[in-house]
Write a protein that binds this ligand. Structure first.
Ligand code: UDX
Length: 437
């Protein structure tokens, strides 16, 4: 099929995978730099596997444009532009409206049954609100010569390609059979056992929010349990492993740490809270989940203070700046919050991240010392803080540096650090003497 993708961000770029399935993908983005990169076969973001796919198909099955003309020829046009938070936490839908209008103008009076699929995360009701606008600008009618549906994405940064190729479900919230059939055909390479959830656009939009809210709840839940575990000299990892055996709970997303970050969970939670509020409902649980997550990064600062007393004028190594491993993304990263807080408290902060240094520099500017390696970061530091679950940190031999480690992601084995003679403390774990009665 001939596909257009408006917005070459994470969700949009991951649609490159459809080129592997024989489709032609045409990116449309106002950022000339991104357009040029894609056409040269380079992924504008770091995401494992994406560069290979884009470089393999660039100039052939993958092309990029800075105008919308190509949309007219396309069977399916995905809207993947971002939906940032406004200052009050509500969702800014202006990019989705703008992109939809531009697509509608580009397909005006086309003979093709163009299907517009909204992939951006939008609050329930958005796709339905877009319908009359798209119809007006395209001079086409949904169900007659135009398709409109909502097709949310559930991929995780760092494993976006893998997630896209192996989804646990396909959600299609459709208004017309034409768009439903086109989407089913586009995803027909996915194992037939994977559920296809065929529903209305409002439900599809809500599924996306409910899923992210559930994930955020789970993380704040286990972080709260971790904070309580510390008070009782109990290891939260052991607790999480045990409760995860109950099929009603399950083992995933129960890693306690310094909280969730990234471009989605916090933003979507805020948007859902505000959207509910606008309908007269106060989402108390979700508000608390967010509140707990705001303060969780500072647990590490508390632990440092418990250990050192005053932390002013001390030098600490902060390993990790990305909001999680395998990405260069620092949006809403708990690691960045820790760096800024330590700086505020008069600490000399040395930082290292395998991929996110450039992005972090845009926020942290000259407030920290940037290091080129883990070793450079640890040398001369009085403590090490692990803030991102990079494999490089997990596999690093810390035994050369006998400085205390504060593991914000619980990636090291406390027993091993004990043998190595390293003081170790993690979220939900006391010093490496486990029982201190
Ligand atoms: C998330 C959703 O998982 C995905 O389905 C949606 O499409 C986009 O938002 P992503 O933001 O890429 O994906 O990251 P995710 O892997 O969900 O992690 C989010 C944050 O939670 C990270 O900061 C991560 O470190 C943290 N996390 C995750 C925990 O603290 N504990 C866990 O058990 C899992």
């Amino acid at each position: 099929m001939k596909i257009a993708v408006v917005g070459a961000g994470y969700a949009g770029l991951t649609l490159s995978c459809l080129a592997e399935k024989g489709n032609e993908i045409n990116f449309i983005d106002i950022d000339e730099d991104k357009v040029e990169k894609i056409n040269r076969g380079i992924s504008p973001i770091y995401e494992p596997g994406l560069d290979e796919i884009i470089s393999k198909h660039a100039g052939n099955r993958i092309k990029a444009y800075s105008n919308y003309t190509i949309a007219k020829e396309c069977d399916v046009i995905f809207i993947c532009v971002h939906t940032p938070s406004k200052l009050d936490g509500s969702i800014d839908l202006s990019y989705v409206f703008e992109a939809s209008k531009e697509v509608a103008k580009a397909i005006k009076n086309s003979m093709k049954y163009n299907v517009i699929a909204i992939k951006s995360t939008v609050i329930p009701g958005t796709t339905l609100t877009l319908k009359p606008i798209i119809e007006e600008y395209s001079k086409k009618k949904v169900g007659e010569n135009l398709g409109l549906c909502m097709n949310p994405e559930f991929l995780r940064e760092g494993s976006a390609v893998k997630d896209f190729l192996n989804p646990d479900k396909i959600v299609i919230g459709y208004l017309d059979d034409g768009s439903k059939d086109a989407m089913l055909e586009l995803f027909n390479w996915i194992d037939p056992k994977v559920p296809r959830i065929l529903t209305d656009p409002n439900t599809a939009e809500m599924i996306k929010y409910a899923q992210n809210a559930a994930l955020a709840c789970r993380i704040s839940f286990i972080n709260e349990i971790a904070n309580i575990c510390e008070k009782f000299n109990v290891d939260v990892k052991e607790v999480a492993k045990a409760i995860g055996l109950d099929p009603r709970i399950g083992p995933h997303f129960l890693n306690a740490g310094i909280g969730f970050g990234g471009s989605c969970l916090g933003k979507d939670l805020r948007a859902l809270i505000r959207a509910a509020e606008q309908k007269g409902y106060e989402a108390n649980l979700l508000k608390k989940v967010l509140e707990l997550n705001e303060i969780q990064p500072f647990r590490i600062v508390e632990l440092l203070k418990e250990h050192f007393g005053s932390i002013e004028n001390r030098t600490f190594a902060l390993l990790g700046l990305a909001f999680k491993g395998d990405t260069d993304d620092v949006r809403d990263s708990p690691a960045i919050k820790i760096a800024l807080e330590l700086k505020n408290q008069g600490v000399k902060v040395k930082v290292y991240d395998p991929k996110a240094m450039d992005n972090a520099k845009k926020i942290l500017k000259d407030s920290v010392q940037y290091c080129k390696s883990i070793d450079e970061c640890l040398k001369g530091s009085e403590a090490c803080i692990i803030a991102t679950d990079w494999k490089d940190f997990k596999e690093f031999d810390f035994s050369k540096y006998k400085i205390p480690i504060f593991d914000g992601r619980r990636i090291l084995d406390p027993e091993k650090t004990k043998i190595q003679g390293i003081e170790y403390k993690g979220i939900g774990w006391k010093w490496n003497t486990k029982i201190q009665n």
